[in-house]
Write a protein that binds this ligand. Structure first.
Ligand code: HEC
Length: 107
């Protein structure tokens, strides 16, 4: 019983880290405004890379914290800090832009 409680606690903790939004078809449509041939698979790769690399120095900054233009500046800087290559960088950029804050988006 003791172990069960401990295990549940650990599980809850592990899950709480993964509250990043999951991309769906509507995010593909959103991201396609900037990246015309983007796919759902690419957005999912971006999410995975984000999860693995973007909480080492600070907790996750959610994709909707920044506008598309802000992310265009932040991601290259953070990816160089995280020592990620250009391919990984492009997946992460597509992922965050798919969920970015609306204000500077073209209609
Ligand atoms: C090697 C450490 C490190 C890694 C890895 C890292 N960051 Fe950061 N990040 C920082 C530091 C330090 C700051 C504090 C603000 C600054 O110096 O720009 C920051 C700030 C930020 C901010 C706030 C920027 C602003 O202008 O408000 C965002 C968003 C962000 N990081 C996103 C990311 C993402 C996305 C990743 C994964 C690709 C990532 N970070 C990986 C160190 C890191």
């Amino acid at each position: 019983m003791k172990y069960f409680v401990l295990l549940s606690l650990m599980l809850a903790l592990a899950c709480s880290v993964h509250k990043l939004p999951v991309p769906r078809e509507q995010e593909v449509v959103q991201a396609a405004k900037r990246f015309p041939n983007v796919t759902l698979a690419e957005l999912n790769k971006g999410k995975l890379l984000f999860e693995q690399n973007c909480h080492k120095c600070h907790s996750y900054h959610k994709p909707n914290e920044h506008t598309e233009l802000e992310w265009m500046n932040i991601i290259p800087l953070m990816c160089s800090r995280a020592k990620l290559d250009n391919v990984s960088q492009s997946y992460i950029l597509k992922y965050v832009i798919a969920f970015s804050k609306q204000s500077d988006r073209k209609p």
